[in-house]
Design a protein around this ligand. Structure first.
Ligand SMILES: C[S@@+](CC[C@H](N)C(=O)[O-])C[C@H]1O[C@@H](n2cnc3c(N)ncnc32)[C@H](O)[C@@H]1O
Length: 309
C-alpha cells in the first residue's frame, strides 16, 4: 500500500526506495535529477562518466513509468542534451505528449549557442486514459503603456480577459534568483513552475511523486494545492529543510473554491474550466476589446482568496 508513505519525504537512494512503491500507485511523477554537470550537492557526486549516468537514468526512468497510474503523467526536467536520451528510453514504455520548453537562461557552455531553456518531457502513461486540464496564464503587457505585447490583430473581440492558454513554451516563470527565496541547495526550482504542472495534470487529493525531491519544491506545491505528495531525497540536510518547510504549509492556494497558483499576490496559473467561477473575483473591462489596454484586477484579494506568502 502506498498510503503509509503519503505526505512524507523519505531519505535514501531512489533506486532502493522505488522498491517500496507499488505499480501504478501515483498520479504523476515529476523528476528533476542531477544533470551530471559537476554541481556541488552535499551528498551526490555530480560527475559520472556519460554511459554510467545514462545507465543510472534508465533504471529510475523505468521505475517512474512503473509507479505511475494509467491515467497519470510523467514529467522529466533536464537540459536538452540528456532529454534526447530520456526520450528514446521513454518512447518504448510511455506515450509522448510534449517537450515543454521552459525559457530560463543557463550557464554559457563555451563555443556553443547560449543555452536558454530547460526542457520538461511530458509523457502520458497511456494517452487514451490521460488526465489533463487546459490552463491559462496572464496576458503579457508593455510595462510602460500597459497594452498587450502580442498583436492579436483583428481577433481582439475574442480575447480571454485573464490570458491565453498555456502552450509548450513557458516564458513567464523565472528561476529562483534572490537569496531570500532560496534554500541552501544548488538547483532549486520555483514553486509556481511545479504548481502549473500539478494544476494541469492532477485533481485535488491526487498523489504527486518526486524521486529527487531536493528541498521539497514539488511537495510544497502539492501541499499548497491540496494534493498528497511523496518525495525521495538522498541528502539528509535537504530532506530536513523540506520537512521543516512543509510544517508551515497548508492547502490554501485557492480563490473561492478553485485551486490556483499565485506569485507575488497575483494569479499566474488557473484552469480554463474554473474561469467561470473565478471571474467573479476580478474587475473586468466591459468589452473584450478593452482587455487590450486595461488589465483585469482582483477585486479584494484579502476577501476573495488565500495566497501563500
Ligand atoms: C536537481 S536536484 C532537485 C531539486 C528540486 N527539484 C528542488 O527544487 O529542490 C536533484 C536532487 O536529487 C538528489 N539525489 C541525487 N541522487 C539521488 C538518489 N540516488 N536518490 C535520491 N535523491 C538523489 C540530490 O541530492 C538533489 O537534491
Amino acid at each position: 500500500m502506498i498510503d503509509k508513505y503519503l505526505n512524507k519525504i523519505i531519505k535514501g537512494d531512489c533506486i532502493e526506495l522505488f522498491k517500496l512503491i507499488p505499480d501504478e500507485s501515483v498520479d504523476i511523477t515529476f523528476a528533476d535529477p542531477p544533470f551530471n554537470l559537476k554541481k556541488k550537492y552535499n551528498s551526490h557526486k555530480d560527475s559520472l562518466i556519460i554511459q554510467d549516468y545514462l545507465d543510472w537514468c534508465e533504471q529510475w526512468i523505468k521505475e517512474t513509468v512503473r509507479v505511475t497510474k494509467p491515467t497519470g503523467s510523467i514529467f522529466l526536467h533536464n537540459i536538452p542534451k540528456w532529454l534526447t536520451y530520456y526520450s528514446s528510453m521513454l518512447n518504448k514504455i510511455a506515450d509522448f505528449k510534449h517537450w515543454i520548453c521552459w525559457d530560463a537562461p543557463t550557464m554559457p557552455m563555451g563555443k556553443t549557442l547560449q543555452p536558454s531553456h530547460y526542457g520538461m518531457l511530458y509523457y502520458a502513461k497511456d494517452t487514451k486514459k490521460n488526465k489533463f486540464y487546459e490552463i491559462r496564464y496572464p496576458h503579457k503587457r508593455c510595462r510602460k503603456c500597459n497594452y498587450l505585447q502580442k498583436d492579436y490583430g483583428g481577433k481582439k473581440a475574442a480575447l480571454h480577459p485573464f490570458g491565453p492558454l498555456v502552450s509548450d513554451v513557458w516564458t513567464d516563470i523565472h528561476r529562483v534568483k534572490h537569496n531570500k527565496y532560496r534554500d541552501d541547495h544548488p538547483c532549486q526550482l520555483p514553486i509556481h513552475l511545479l504548481e502549473r504542472v500539478i494544476l494541469m495534470s492532477t485533481d485535488e487529493g491526487d498523489i504527486v511523486f518526486d524521486p529527487f525531491s531536493g528541498t521539497g519544491t514539488t511537495a510544497v506545491a502539492a501541499r499548497r494545492l491540496g494534493r498528497n505528495y511523496l518525495g525521495f531525497e538522498l541528502d539528509d540536510e535537504y530532506a530536513n529543510i523540506s520537512m521543516n518547510k512543509l510544517t508551515q504549509e497548508s492547502a490554501s492556494s485557492k480563490i473561492g473554491n478553485s485551486w490556483v497558483s499565485y506569485f507575488l499576490s497575483g494569479i499566474v496559473t488557473l484552469r480554463d474550466k474554473d474561469w467561470e467561477n473565478i471571474s467573479q473575483y476580478y474587475l473586468i473591462p466591459n468589452t473584450a476589446k478593452q482587455v487590450d489596454c486595461v488589465e483585469i484586477k482582483l477585486k479584494d484579494i484579502e476577501q476573495s482568496c488565500i495566497c501563500p506568502s
